[in-house]
Design a protein around this ligand. Structure first.
Ligand SMILES: *[C@@H]1O[C@H](CO)[C@@H](O)[C@H](O)[C@H]1NC(C)=O
Ligand SMILES: *[C@@H]1O[C@H](CO)[C@@H](O)[C@H](O)[C@H]1NC(C)=O
Ligand SMILES: *[C@@H]1O[C@H](CO)[C@@H](O)[C@H](O)[C@H]1NC(C)=O
Ligand SMILES: *[C@@H]1O[C@H](CO)[C@@H](O)[C@H](O)[C@H]1NC(C)=O
Length: 196
């Protein structure tokens, strides 16, 4: 009996060692778990590993922080979890051509974000503070969503590196051109919006 005891202790040590390696391996694990939990069809993603850095279509930096998520055209339902904004090193988020519903969550403060694609989904709205602090944003696609009528929020002025703003079929109202003529967007190359 006594001889077996150390073996059990060793097993426990091994387990706790494995768990602590996991939680250290990516500080983004819980936010990615929340994202997965709110997507209705995650079987299409084959996301089963608890370490987000091992997931298909997810890219991490050397520091094990998630920097890119590209889950376009995966027939995903459900919604995007509000704690996506915990992924503070995210640079690219693409969720185009799925059937996602509900509000696009605020990503305010994600200062490294460069590229966003929410196009061809069923999102219902975008929050007014969405663009607050998105100073690296170069490209955003919002085209073809079932938005209720909205105006471009003042917070877009933070995105002074914007090159592409695509929002055809996105139900924008208000004085769009006046907004973009304000000389706030020196790099703007593509501005598409309309009512198709
Ligand atoms: C997101 O960050 C907040 C504030 O730091 C924290 O309370 C929350 O638990 C985090 N959520 C997830 C899913 O990691
Ligand atoms: C997409 O999902 C729906 C159910 O949510 C299913 O009926 C359909 O076959 C799926 N299409 C593809 C291409 O996977
Ligand atoms: C998404 O919008 C399309 C087009 O309006 C509609 O046919 C489809 O039923 C909607 N899907 C969901 C999940 O709301
Ligand atoms: C645009 O928004 C209005 C008001 O929220 C809504 O009644 C209308 O159906 C929307 N139009 C489209 C094409 O989604």
């Amino acid at each position: 009996m006594k001889k077996r005891y150390p073996g059990i202790v060793m097993l426990f040590c091994h387990l706790s060692f494995t768990l602590s390696v996991h939680s250290q391996s990516s500080p983004d694990a819980s936010a990615m778990q929340a994202l997965r939990a709110n997507l209705g069809n995650p079987i299409n993603l084959e996301w089963s590993d608890p370490d987000p850095c091992n997931l298909n279509l997810v890219h991490c930096l050397n520091n094990h922080r998630v920097d890119k998520i590209n889950i376009n055209s995966k027939n995903l339902t459900g919604s995007l979890h509000p704690e996506l904004k915990n992924l503070s090193e995210l640079t690219i988020l693409e969720v185009s051509t799925n059937q996602l519903i509900g509000p696009i969550p605020s990503l305010a403060g994600l200062s490294l974000l460069q590229q966003l694609d929410f196009s061809h989904n069923n999102f219902s709205c975008i929050p007014p503070d969405f663009f607050t602090g998105l100073m690296s944003l170069q490209s955003i696609r919002l085209d073809y969503n079932q938005f209720s009528s909205w105006e471009i929020p003042e917070s877009l002025k933070d995105a002074s590196n914007l090159e592409n703003f695509l929002a055809t079929g996105a139900n924008i109202s208000g004085t769009i051109l006046d907004f973009f003529r304000a000389d706030k967007f020196p790099g703007l190359i593509h501005l598409h919006f309309g009512y198709e």
